[in-house]
Design a protein around this ligand. Structure first.
Ligand code: PLP
Length: 422
């Protein structure tokens, strides 16, 4: 009945009209079964931040695999997990020094929601309301999916806990000013006041699945101030933005904000092996002394903090640092945004926006975005369709020449699909 035995995630059950099977990755390019090389404008699964086939990451994985593939973190420990959690503590601001290692972004969200809600129980002042963006996405496991207001990702499940989802005004797709930040902060203030004090706010610094929506500068700082006023925990989802994607090490760095809980995945291991992480403060971890059955967090997975993944993550931090990937993301991203700016003159293009190496061209219709993505692929470039948006999310190792090639190819694909009249 089906052409393959594999059930592809987030995909129609029928095989795609234009299947692409990839067999090799080198640097910022990937090759398919036909021998065709593509410039990778999707960074694998939005996570190959160090590019493909990086010798340092391969070596770190091989060395750890040969020494000790993995061991239980419930009753024991291994140096790879100790090392990456220590390095995250040094990297993250403020008191963010206690890290739970998991396998994915969804698991990181799941754990963060559990930690945030159970913290309030632990301190004897239960709260359960969570405030988030309606257009946010934080994962597809049971607790994580309730945070999103995107109908496509929520799949019609009823809420498991009270969630107040803040809508973006239509114009906020291109909201870039301090006034826009104030207007959106006012919506958050209404959400805070609309019920009992929230347990937590969960936000992405840049809305990935929501359509590459860049938040106006200053908004996160205003949300932090609201959290301080209400004693609410600020959970920042760095699953997509973390480790340089937006041209700063973390998305919250743009606003100089220190969250109470940070979730990470994707770039943490450059996608070479599955890894996620949740980092919080000593005080929040300490509250779990009050947990009656375990005196700890009753959450975890067999492969969470897998030694190979943890070893790769430490090597990723070295590569990001030594190759200057955060600054490279900022520079190449600015160039790309500039080069794609002329698309704003196209009647089928609604917005061109970006931060670091997340550049999004929003079109009038998903059919336009789909045609552009296929046109780019025919020209040797892989970019991502997200609804009516074409998203460019290349490895942070993108070179100057590749930036130019990427921009020229995408412009040509847009020209083919929707060149403006005259
Ligand atoms: N949070 C954000 C911001 C994401 O972009 C994603 C995935 O795209 C997730 C969470 C879920 O991560 P995962 O797919 O690893 O479960």
């Amino acid at each position: 009945m089906f052409a393959s035995h594999m059930w592809r995630p987030w995909s129609p059950v029928a095989s795609p009209a234009h299947p692409l099977t990839l067999v090799r990755g080198e640097g910022n390019r990937v090759r398919d079964t036909e021998g065709v090389w593509y410039l990778d404008g999707i960074a694998g699964a939005l996570n190959a931040s160090c590019g493909h086939g990086h010798p340092r990451l391969i070596e770190a994985a091989q060395r750890q695999m040969a020494r000790l593939a993995h061991y239980d973190l419930v009753n024991a420990s291994h140096p790879a997990a100790e090392r990456i959690t220590e390095r995250l503590a040094a990297l993250l601001p403020g008191d963010l020094g206690q890290t739970l290692l998991v396998n994915s972004g969804s698991e990181a969200t799941e754990a963060a929601v559990r930690i945030a809600l159970e913290y309030w129980r632990n301190v004897g002042a239960p709260r359960d309301r969570v405030v988030t963006f309606a257009a946010g996405y934080h994962g597809s496991t049971a607790l994580a999916l309730h945070l999103s207001g995107l109908p496509y990702t929520r799949s019609g499940w009823a809420d498991l806990f009270p969630v107040h989802r803040v809508a973006l005004p239509g114009s906020a797709r291109s909201a870039r000013t301090a006034a826009d930040a104030a207007a959106l902060a006012a919506r958050f203030a209404e959400a805070f006041a609309a019920g009992p004090p929230p347990a937590a706010v969960v936000v992405e610094p840049l809305l990935n699945v929501g359509g590459g929506i860049v938040l106006p500068p200053g908004l996160l700082a205003r949300i932090r101030a609201l959290c301080d006023q209400y004693g609410t925990l600020l959970v920042v989802d760095e699953v997509f933005c973390g480790f340089g994607r937006t041209g700063r090490m973390f998305g919250f760095d743009h606003d100089g904000v220190t969250p109470d809980i940070v979730t990470m995945s994707k770039g943490i291991s450059s996608g070479y092996v599955p890894l996620g992480a949740v980092t919080t403060t000593d005080a929040i971890k300490q509250s779990f002394q009050a947990e009656p059955l375990l005196r700890g967090l009753r959450y975890g997975h067999t492969t969470g903090g897998h030694a190979v993944a943890a070893a790769v993550a430490s090597a990723v931090l070295d590569v990001v640092d030594e190759e200057g990937l955060v600054a490279n993301a900022a520079t190449r991203g600015a160039t790309l945004l500039d080069r794609l700016g002329p698309l704003l003159a196209y009647p089928d293009v609604v917005d061109v926006r970006g931060l670091g190496l997340v550049v999004t061209v929003e079109t009038v219709d998903p059919a336009v975005a789909s045609a552009v993505v296929l046109g780019a692929r025919d020209r040797g470039l892989l970019v991502r369709q997200q609804g009516a948006c074409v998203m460019v999310i290349p490895p942070l190792t993108l070179t100057g020449d590749e930036t130019a090639q990427l921009a020229d190819t995408l412009l040509a694909a847009f020209d083919q699909v929707c060149r403006p009249a005259g």
